[in-house]
Design a protein around this ligand. Structure first.
Ligand SMILES: Nc1ncnc2c1ncn2[C@@H]1O[C@H](COP(=O)(O)OP(=O)(O)OP(=O)(O)O)[C@@H](O)[C@H]1O
Length: 271
């Protein structure tokens, strides 16, 4: 959604100011500023090692800044104690590359896990909530199966159901389509897009899949050597004259064309 002057300003779900982080003297983040308005999807792009995951881990409160501030729903993550951090993470649905499903629990119990751990719902309420959530992701038929018996895409959907069962206001995805085939990738992207509508959630997504990024983002952010070098809605990002953006999109197009020739180009960039 584009911001116009007539639109009321949205509240910020995430606000990162002048964030610095080094590991063993090597800077990973060098003064990052990022704002993510409530209910929007921000996609972090950048080559390997540019700092995307380190930035995401600060938003989760897994890393503490060397310098700068990270506000999640107005609260300073660095000043939170363990119990405040846990409370904040309850508001976050986190979906990593690996689904981190419990292999010994069936689909139903995997998805019920956060409710049993973190709420006082009765078993009847849990039953109802889990079944409704599994229906939304098209897995009503698979409740008694174990993760090892599911396809990669089904595992992703279970992971998504579990990550969203507490109705988080903030969803964080780190490379959610890694290793998936194109059809399953499309299904996961659709889930991410509809989560915004269904949950009204704010999302931060790291993905190497640039085509998907253009499809889902309200704002695209390019990281390069620990800095944000460009940020804006897809239309603005596509037209950016920043050399790093141009190089990034050029490389992506070249890789995409590869030996199989060209496909549709959602960025609209001419090659
Ligand atoms: N725990 C850590 N200890 C030491 N160095 C780290 C640690 N975490 C990240 N780094 C370094 O910080 C830099 C940024 O890493 P980060 O994982 O954020 O990159 P990225 O953009 O997410 O890359 P990728 O796309 O490959 O996941 C890298 O040089 C990485 O080696």
């Amino acid at each position: 959604m584009s911001d116009t002057n007539s639109e009321p300003a949205r509240k910020l779900a995430i606000e990162v100011r002048d964030l610095h982080k080094s590991f063993g003297g090597h800077p990973a983040l060098r003064g990052v500023d990022l704002v993510v308005p409530e209910g929007t999807t921000c996609v972090l792009l950048g080559i390997s090692g540019s700092g995307k995951s380190v930035l995401m881990k600060h938003i989760m409160g897994l890393l503490r800044p060397d310098q700068g501030t990270v506000l999640v729903e107005g609260q300073d993550v660095a000043s939170m104690d363990e119990s405040a951090l846990n409370q904040m993470r309850r508001k976050q649905g986190i979906l990593f590359q690996a689904n981190a499903l419990f292999d010994s629990l069936n689909v139903f119990d995997n998805v019920a896990f956060p409710l049993r751990e973190r709420t006082r719902m009765s078993e009847a309420e849990i039953q109802e909530t889990v079944n409704a959530t599994l229906a939304k992701v098209g897995l009503s038929h698979a409740t008694t199966r174990f993760p090892g018996e599911l396809s990669g895409g089904m595992q992703k959907r279970v992971g998504f159901a579990r990550a969203t069962i507490l109705q988080p206001r903030i969803l964080l995805y780190d490379d959610p389509t890694a290793g998936l085939d194109p059809l399953t990738t499309a299904a996961v992207n659709e889930i991410i897009a509809t989560s915004k509508q269904q949950l009204g959630a704010t999302s931060v997504v790291i993905t190497p899949d640039v085509a998907s990024a253009f499809g889902m983002a309200d704002n695209l952010v390019l990281m390069d050597e620990g800095r944000i070098v460009e940020s804006g809605p897809p239309g603005v990002f596509r037209e950016s004259q920043h050399p790093a953006v141009k190089a990034f999109l050029r490389n992506w197009l070249a890789r995409k064309k590869g030996p199989q020739g060209s496909g549709p180009n959602p960025t609209g960039e001419r090659s």
